[in-house]
Design a protein around this ligand. Structure first.
Ligand SMILES: NC(=O)c1ccc[n+]([C@@H]2O[C@H](COP(=O)([O-])OP(=O)(O)OC[C@H]3O[C@@H](n4cnc5c(N)ncnc54)[C@H](O)[C@@H]3O)[C@@H](O)[C@H]2O)c1
Length: 258
């Protein structure tokens, strides 16, 4: 059965690998990105998020089968907050009505193992309060204080929590839509090129992100998991943040979660 998937961040890395996998399986993919995509929009902006819904509605005829909210940035910047959290939520909520016509609707977001790192509680709270001006203001304060390194993990912690808080609601589970997230470890993409370009750099990043199971991964590893989460076969995973991280979650959190 051919399904229609919307993949954000489809021009590169994990999104490109996911789009290629799904297309190879015979599905239709509507790719979304800043460039080289069916829908070119900037998900940091209100206009871009509105245009996303308009263009996907036009291209799909108003009916899609899955949303893959994957676009992201890992720079120390306010834009990272705008795309990783608010852009992802706008993608999931904005496109959710288009899932109504599917007999197997699915949604997935891309969080990160970095959600396990120390975060800034004020930034996480502002995200979850859906107060974008306050979140951007807090991120700017962190940058001014030399604490910009907390921004990325905070956006991913907030995104994972949003998935947990919303998956069982009438809008998602109640509408028959499994809503889940993947949390990758270090994956070889443009985003991590600086950490994987030399053996020394890889050793250094693996000190921070322990991956005892097979080390740094390639993007298709994550694409396979996203494809399962958004497949017809996934009827009952609800609000799970699935770590595909070579073991960093197990090393860091041990059995404090189960
Ligand atoms: N690579 C890793 O190790 C890793 C680990 C954990 C999580 N992630 C997450 O995986 C997702 C994909 O990252 P990747 O590694 O494939 O990186 P990537 O840089 O290869 O791809 C990210 C894509 O998102 C797009 N994008 C960025 N800002 C955008 C915006 N404002 N509007 C629209 N599109 C935008 C980029 O243009 C790019 O094509 C991200 O959410 C990232 O945070 C990556």
């Amino acid at each position: 059965m051919t399904r229609t998937y919307v993949v954000t961040g489809a021009a590169s890395g994990i999104g490109a690998a996911t789009a290629a996998l799904l297309t190879g399986q015979g599905h239709r993919v509507i790719g979304v990105d800043l460039h080289d995509a069916d829908v070119t929009v900037d998900l940091t902006t209100h206009e871009g998020r509105t245009a996303l819904v308009t263009h996907v509605t036009e291209l799909s005829g108003g009916r899609i089968d899955a949303i893959i909210a994957n676009a992201g940035l890992a720079t120390e910047s306010t834009a990272t907050v705008a795309v990783n959290y608010f852009g992802a939520i706008a993608t999931l909520e904005g496109l959710r009505p288009l899932l109504a016509g599917s007999d197997a609707p699915r949604a997935s977001a891309t969080a990160s193992m970095a959600s396990l790192f120390p975060v800034d509680d004020a930034l996480v709270d502002a995200c979850l309060a859906h107060d974008e001006p306050a979140a951007l203001h807090r991120a700017q304060q962190l940058l001014d204080e030399g604490q910009g390194g907390l921004i990325y993990g905070s956006t991913k912690r907030a995104l994972a929590r949003w998935i947990r808080r919303n998956a069982a609601t009438p809008e998602w589970a109640g509408a028959g839509i499994p809503l889940n997230a993947v949390a990758p470890g270090v994956i070889r993409t443009a985003m991590t090129a600086q950490f994987t370009s030399t053996e020394e750099a890889e050793k250094a990043i693996l000190q921070m992100v322990p991956m005892p199971l097979n080390g740094i991964a390639d993007a298709p590893v994550v694409a396979n998991l996203i494809a399962f989460l958004t497949s017809v076969e996934n009827s009952h995973l609800c609000g799970q943040v699935v770590f595909v991280d070579g073991g960093s979650d197990v090393v860091i959190r041990g059995d404090s979660t189960w």
